[in-house]
Design a protein around this ligand. Structure first.
Ligand code: PLP
Length: 373
């Protein structure tokens, strides 16, 4: 029996996503009690009190299937962002949103434009659909080059992925750059502009930057635009898997047709609904990250470590004289989980999530030991 022969060509050689190591796994592996995770851009403050309260109040209802339409959550999102519910969709994380969009639009003959050193799940989704990824270099090595992305579009281009701010570089594109990008996009053979998937997973952190654009402002004039955000980052709900997006009624209708039923679980719906109105928690998290980024920048400078200023809650820094993977491993073996960047083709770099002050201090303490010896 050659079961392998029956597997789709697109899945042969498919490399799995390398997820950040969970704290409990590392504790088990190293036999140590104290581990900190600064790997997956979660919010170290956790979910807000109100959100936890809402989850607890609903625990006894988990034997029911969730509302497959996520009606209440979509209604809250619609009220929060002042957009009709027909333009709102939700899914089990940004990861599911990326896959749903890929399933909806990408045929094997299609080209999809993505940027080098950007979120790795886009390329994976393109590969899974057997479409062609056109990878565009970054500006000055680390920032999205939106003009180059628009130039890379041709008759066969179905879609373009834009991450703002970008993971893992933390760089962002300005209002002006985004506006020009939409103007520059050419028509494809369907007599349409390519679908633009604007990933704003770190929107709330980046919104502190004066010239950072709000993707929702571009929806009205760009029916080809899909904007999505997540509850995994600032809202502290990564473990529940829930994200949301906005697009034209036509696109949302089709996403609704193809998504799995009950894709957003019951507790995720309850939690997200409570989280989205908790402005205090957002402000507290923004403040922490802003302050702690300043602390980390200062420490990097003292250590002569090259880093990139970030609009998000993580920082990409250079591990020289070590390779990124070497430094990552040393930190890991000492109970600090960061993220090596090999799969992003950034072999000299490591990404660290901004943690609580005491976590950041511990990270810097370990860093000093490994980079000075
Ligand atoms: C840029 C970006 N987009 C999307 C996601 C997916 O987030 P989630 O699936 O947790 O909503 C992430 C997670 O790290 C991300 O960094």
């Amino acid at each position: 029996m050659r079961i392998i022969k029956m597997i789709r060509g697109a899945c042969h050689g498919f490399e799995p996503y390398v997820a950040g190591k969970p704290v409990e796994t590392l504790k088990r592996e190293l036999g140590i009690k104290s581990v900190i995770k600064l790997a997956s851009n979660e919010n170290p403050l956790g979910a807000s009190k109100q959100t936890i309260k809402a989850i607890k109040a609903n625990l006894e209802k988990i034997f029911f299937y969730p509302d497959s339409s996520s009606f209440e959550l979509k209604k809250s999102l619609s009220e929060r962002y002042l957009l009709p519910t027909e333009n709102v969709f939700v899914a089990a994380g940004g990861d599911e949103i990326i896959e749903l969009i890929a399933k909806l639009f990408f045929n094997p003959e299609d080209e999809v434009v993505i940027s080098k050193h950007s979120f790795i799940r886009y390329g994976m989704a393109v590969m899974l659909m057997s479409s062609k990824a056109v990878v565009v270099p970054m500006k000055d090595g680390f920032a999205y080059d939106l003009s180059a992305l628009a130039k890379a579009c041709n008759k066969n281009t179905k879609a373009v992925f834009v991450t703002n701010p970008n993971n893992p570089t933390g760089t962002y594109n300005t209002k002006q750059e985004l506006s020009e990008f939409f103007k520059k996009l050419p028509l494809n053979k369907f007599d349409s502009k390519p679908v633009v998937i604007l990933d704003e997973a770190y929107f709330e952190y980046a919104s502190l930057e004066k010239d950072y654009p709000n993707g929702l402002d571009y929806l009205k004039n760009n029916p080809n635009l899909i904007v999505f955000r997540t509850f995994s980052k600032i809202y502290g709900l990564a473990g529940l898997r829930v994200a949301y997006g906005f697009a034209s009624k036509e696109i949302v209708d089709y996403i609704e047709r193809i998504r799995p039923p009950f894709n957003v679980n019951f507790l995720a719906q309850v939690a997200a609904k409570a989280a989205i109105i908790d402005k205090e928690q957002v402000a507290k998290s923004q403040k922490l990250v802003k302050k702690e980024k300043r602390y980390l920048y200062r420490e990097f400078e003292k250590l002569n470590i090259k880093y990139l200023k970030s609009a998000a809650n993580f920082i990409l820094f250079n591990a020289r004289p070590l390779k990124g993977k070497e430094l990552f491993t040393k930190l890991l073996n000492n109970g600090v989980i960061t993220r090596a960047m090999d799969e992003y083709d950034l072999h000299e770099w490591v990404r660290v999530t901004v943690g609580l002050h005491k976590e950041n201090e511990l990270f810097i303490k370990k860093l000093k030991i490994f980079l000075e010896t």
